[in-house]
Ligand binder design. Structure first.
Ligand code: GLU
Length: 509
């Protein structure tokens, strides 16, 4: 059996990060089994259609390196891959179900359904259109063949509903949860087809999975309640022998652990829940994306892979190729996976370290230009190589490295108070003198300044070196001080130290 899986989003807005994880698991499973991965757009609900959403989905998955073998954007032998483009073919399947007694016409108007609901509420009951109530409703089961013909001839709007058999246990074999059984008494006669010629999700999904020869349906847990209907549809069509196997993925939970991760959680806690920035075409509202926040696609993939799955070992860093090798459905957890923003940042930091110094320099260049700085490429590459371990997001590059490119204009007042003790101007003048007299190399300066001057005179090493840092950097952070001095060069270092002496001057503490 050749594995064929599909990712089947509805273009109703930006793709939630949970949807991205579904796509990723499908992709890993397909690749591992030498199978095919299909992108199908499920746009039967025209009322929820959002322009731009399909393009967004394609761009997001492409950014993450989740590739397709067939799909709406690349075509393929089972196309078309957009359900609205397949509209014409669903009718015959709907009719087949009616003819075989698996579906029926229902003419109930929205007003009539509403009245029914109210009637039930008044009796403290909940109305559901199902095997217990269908005989009270306006449908082909409660009218004669003549009545049905004349209703249809009159052009009365109708829907086709699935006719669940009475009191029947329906079992869904789920690869993650095992057997899940539900009795048909509890299930409502879902609408399959509408008189406007559009199938609903349920009918289109089953017809497409069958005609596209899908072997495994890997999707979010929110679809588990629909799975008994889907199993019954396969039975009704006589397709049970080729029915795909199901795997329903656990929910992505809020960081606190209760409830599904929502866009609001992202806004509240300051992390994206979408892969890319999304501008809502109606409201203009911006939802931020991982890409624009500076996350690397490899980091997002790795983090998502581990939200709900583990390789069975403690290994955390896994490339896409490794994930493809290690992935298995058995290690997907049944319970929801808590989103952890600190972990997301940790992954990004790890993957940032894997970037070449050149690649980091490429990210740095626009920031330099923005600050009006032209710098030698080799120097930029060197700075990036030295400093990348301190970086989680590319946007931090300028702030973390700016003193390599421009002298400080201010000095951290707290650091002055703590380090720049009385007599410091004398020590700094000595630094200038040493730099001016000895050979400008690391070991020579180390000996002259640290060993002979500071240690030799019994001075406080931390105080002198941190004051020097304050003079050169403007604050008390940065790489090894003498390495920095070597990078900046003799003249620039001396200029900075002199300027600090002139600006901060002698203090009394
Ligand atoms: N169109 C459904 C969605 O938006 C797909 C569900 C499925 O994979 O069957 O999630």
């Amino acid at each position: 059996m050749k594995v064929r899986v599909r990712f089947a989003p509805s273009p109703t807005g930006p793709l939630h990060i949970g949807g991205v994880r579904t796509a990723l698991y499908n992709y890993l499973f397909a690749r591992q089994n030498g199978g095919q991965m299909i992108l199908r757009i499920e746009d039967t609900d025209q009322t929820r259609f959002v322009p731009g959403a399909e393009q967004y989905i394609i761009e997001a998955l492409d950014w993450l390196g989740i590739k397709f073998d067939e799909g709406v954007h690349i075509g393929g032998p089972y196309g078309p891959y957009r359900q609205s483009d397949r509209k014409a073919m669903y009718r015959q399947y709907a009719e087949q179900l009616v003819n075989d007694g698996w579906a029926y016409y229902a003419f109930d108007t929205p007003e009539a359904l509403d009245a029914k609901r109210k009637e039930y509420e008044a009796q403290k009951r909940t109305f559901q259109y199902d095997c217990n109530t269908r005989h009270e409703m306006d449908n082909s089961l409660t009218m004669t063949a003549e009545e049905l013909s004349s209703r249809l001839a009159s052009g009365a709007p109708y829907v086709l509903r699935f006719k669940f058999p009475e009191n029947t246990d329906i079992t869904v074999h789920d690869l993650i949860r095992g057997d899940v059984t539900m009795n048909s008494r509890l299930l409502d006669d879902k609408v399959l087809y509408k008189s406007d010629g559009m199938p609903t999700y349920h009918l289109a999904n089953i017809v497409d999975d069958h005609t596209m020869e899908i072997t495994h349906v890997i999707r979010g847990e929110e679809w588990l309640p629909s799975a008994p209907l889907h199993v019954m549809l396969y039975r009704a069509f006589g397709w049970e022998d080729t029915m795909p196997r199901f795997a329903h993925l656990p929910l992505l939970l809020k960081p606190e652990g209760n409830g599904k991760l929502s866009k609001r959680d992202g806004d509240r806690l300051g992390f994206p829940v979408f892969p890319l920035d999304w501008h809502d075409p109606k409201t203009g509202e911006l939802s931020s994306g991982y890409r624009e926040k500076g996350y690397l696609p490899q980091a997002v993939v790795n983090m998502l892979a581990l939200l709900g799955w583990n390789p069975g070992t403690d290994q955390e860093i896994m490339s896409m190729d490794e994930l493809i090798k290690l992935f298995n459905i058995e290690h997907i957890s049944k319970s929801g996976a808590k989103f952890n923003v600190e972990k997301a940042k940790w992954f990004n930091h790890e993957y940032f370290q894997k970037l070449s110094d050149e690649a980091v320099a490429d990210m740095m260049e626009p920031q330099l230009r923005e600050h009006g700085i032209t710098a030698d490429r080799d120097y930029v590459v060197k700075v990036c190589g030295m400093m990348k371990e301190r970086i989680t997001f590319p946007s931090e590059l300028w702030d973390t490295c700016c003193y390599f490119f421009q002298a400080p204009t201010e000095y951290d007042p707290a650091a002055i108070k703590k380090r720049w003790k009385s007599g410091m101007t004398v020590h700094m003048a000595k630094v200038i003198e040493i730099l001016n007299t000895v050979d400008f190399d690391y070991d020579t300066i180390h000996k002259a300044l640290l060993d002979d001057y500071i240690v030799g005179n019994g001075l406080n090493m931390g105080q002198v070196m941190n004051s020097l840092r304050l003079a050169v950097v403007g604050r008390t952070v940065g790489p090894d001080m003498l390495t920095l001095v070597m990078m900046l060069g003799k003249d620039e270092t001396i200029r900075r130290v002199q300027r600090a002496i002139d600006t901060i001057g002698e203090v009394e503490n």
